[in-house]
Design a protein around this ligand. Structure first.
Ligand SMILES: *[C@@H]1O[C@H](CO)[C@@H](O)[C@H](O)[C@H]1NC(C)=O
Ligand SMILES: *[C@@H]1O[C@H](CO)[C@@H](O)[C@H](O)[C@H]1NC(C)=O
Ligand SMILES: *[C@@H]1O[C@H](CO)[C@@H](O)[C@H](O)[C@H]1NC(C)=O
Ligand SMILES: *[C@@H]1O[C@H](CO)[C@@H](O)[C@H](O)[C@H]1NC(C)=O
Ligand SMILES: *[C@@H]1O[C@H](CO)[C@@H](O)[C@H](O)[C@H]1NC(C)=O
Ligand SMILES: *[C@@H]1O[C@H](CO)[C@@H](O)[C@H](O)[C@H]1NC(C)=O
Ligand SMILES: *[C@@H]1O[C@H](CO)[C@@H](O)[C@H](O)[C@H]1NC(C)=O
Ligand SMILES: *[C@@H]1O[C@H](CO)[C@@H](O)[C@H](O)[C@H]1NC(C)=O
Ligand SMILES: *[C@@H]1O[C@H](CO)[C@@H](O)[C@H](O)[C@H]1NC(C)=O
Length: 409
């Protein structure tokens, strides 16, 4: 749906519950739980039921985004989230895990097996398929390579998108919209434009919490998210943009001015979540954490109680604050307006002095392995391939510069 249409839907429903149809509200769901154990059908069912029955929720959280079609610890068995979604009438944004591989045969095999087994009870629930998740971010941005797990190139992602369309052409999924999920910094990188050209809508993971090189204190979070969304809308060529991951950590280490606390997580929901629910398709990060390697935790209800960690109601309906402008250099951009000092990636920099793995790099201090912490992106693809991506100050700072340089052309 075009944004203008989305606004019309919202306008028509102001005062009542937030619009769900055709816009969706949902959560992300990893193949494993926060101990790394494979989730069973029963686990998924419980999760999907909790999502729909959260006390005080401002709408119907009846959609789930998956990262893989393959059940964890199997080669190519369909993920047990599928029958769980059927049992709970949960809409699905499917994910094809596409990193560190030259083919997606097992992903498509698992999907086609499920289509055969469950038929339209399954396929009617599918609202989209994402070929890949943050692969471009992991493979492309300087300083992040080899620190954030394997990714994949735009060329390979495009190849996989074409393969997916071909293999689904003779199934009931032939008209399901195809996307790719990535960070806003990857989307605005013109090297990745071929991916935009080959998908039906864009999907973005955006976390002001991790944007340590900008002024990412909680009070500025809505403005940062808005600037990410504006940047992507600017390159989307009129295609719809879904938010596939956003949220604020309730515990764990800080990233720049981004501080993890239950209070801040609640504020982000109220100020940012309530401003985007019903305006775009949104998959919150997250109901339940799924990455034991990530010390930063986001779960709204990790014990799957329908009583959430904080108040989910959206009492005051508001819009996101104006976007923080992006500029050629950080003197004028994000800046560290709070302190006005040149912090790790603050004023005056082109990012190059902020070396990956240095103490100022998010991830290095928070993870003994030196590569923690983007959420949701460590996902087993069922074949034991795991990937952890990192937001790196330097890469993001450079991306901001790059984005503006691109627009100036
Ligand atoms: C929530 O969404 C589900 C799945 O689309 C639907 O079955 C259910 O009726 C919806 N509930 C409400 C209260 O709208
Ligand atoms: C854009 O993507 C290309 C190709 O992956 C990569 O080489 C380049 O570093 C990226 N630029 C930025 C600013 O991330
Ligand atoms: C990662 O490091 C290995 C070995 O140093 C190198 O061969 C490979 O190209 C690197 N990958 C990326 C994405 O930079
Ligand atoms: C990053 O962490 C993962 C698991 O958390 C580990 O397997 C990988 O080797 C680490 N990479 C680097 C470069 O430290
Ligand atoms: C701003 O600078 C202060 C002090 O140098 C630092 O503690 C803080 O993390 C910086 N904030 C950002 C967003 O870089
Ligand atoms: C689950 O978590 C909620 C919120 O954090 C808490 O209030 C509740 O007591 C927990 N329930 C159980 C059974 O642990
Ligand atoms: C960015 O740099 C370009 C070329 O140097 C310039 O034309 C443009 O006005 C600058 N934009 C901003 C916001 O400073
Ligand atoms: C940064 O941007 C400002 C304002 O656009 C400009 O005056 C300054 O020369 C720029 N600095 C660099 C290093 O490009
Ligand atoms: C980035 O800035 C550093 C320090 O100011 C400088 O030494 C380096 O040449 C610059 N790199 C680029 C690519 O502009």
């Amino acid at each position: 749906m075009r944004f203008a249409t989305a606004l019309a839907v919202v306008a028509a429903t102001i005062g009542s519950a937030i619009a769900q149809d055709p816009l969706v509200l949902g959560f992300n769901s990893g193949a494993t739980d926060d101990t790394g154990a494979a989730k069973t059908q029963k686990d998924f069912e419980k999760e999907f039921k909790t999502a729909k029955n959260l006390e005080g929720a401002p709408g119907n959280f009846s959609a789930i985004r998956l990262y893989s079609n393959i059940q964890a610890n199997t080669a190519d068995s369909p993920i047990e989230a599928f029958p769980a979604a059927i049992a709970t009438n949960t809409k699905l944004l499917l994910g094809i895990w596409a990193s560190g591989t030259d083919n997606i045969d097992n992903e498509l095999k698992a999907l086609n097996a499920a289509v055969k087994e469950y038929g339209t009870k399954f396929t009617d629930l599918i609202i989209g398929i994402s070929v890949g998740s943050e692969d471009l971010y992991r493979v492309s941005e300087p300083g992040i390579r080899n620190k954030s797990g394997v990714g994949n190139s735009a060329e390979t992602i495009v190849k996989f998108i074409k393969t997916t369309r071909e293999r689904l052409a003779s199934t009931t999924l032939k008209n399901v919209p195809i996307t790719h999920v990535d960070t806003w910094t990857a989307w605005v990188n013109t090297s990745n434009k071929a991916v935009i050209d080959n998908i039906d809508f864009l999907a973005v993971n955006a976390f002001p919490f991790y944007e340590a090189e900008r002024d990412n204190q909680i009070s500025n979070a809505g403005s940062l998210l808005n600037s990410a969304l504006s940047a992507i809308d600017g390159v989307a060529g009129g295609k719809d943009v879904w938010i596939t991951e956003t949220g604020w950590a309730y515990s764990g280490p800080s990233f720049g001015a981004g501080s993890a606390s239950v209070e801040n997580a609640a504020t982000y929901w109220k100020d940012v979540g309530c401003a985007i629910f019903g305006k775009r398709n949104v998959f919150w990060y997250t109901l339940r954490d799924a990455n034991p390697a990530n010390k930063v935790k986001f779960a709204v209800s990790d014990n799957l109680s329908t009583k959430p960690r904080f108040d989910l109601s959206c009492k005051v309906k508001k819009d996101l604050p104006a976007p923080t402008p992006l500029s050629n250099n950080s003197t004028t951009s994000s800046g560290n307006t709070t302190t006005g000092t040149g912090s790790s990636s603050g004023s005056g920099g082109n990012g190059t002095y902020n070396t990956p793995g240095s103490s100022s790099t998010p991830g290095s201090s928070s993870n003994p392995k030196g590569n923690s912490s983007r959420p949701g992106v460590e996902q087993s693809n069922g074949a034991g391939i795991t990937s952890v991506s990192v937001v790196n100050s330097m890469a993001l700072a450079l991306s901001v510069v790059f984005a503006v340089a691109t627009w100036a052309l």
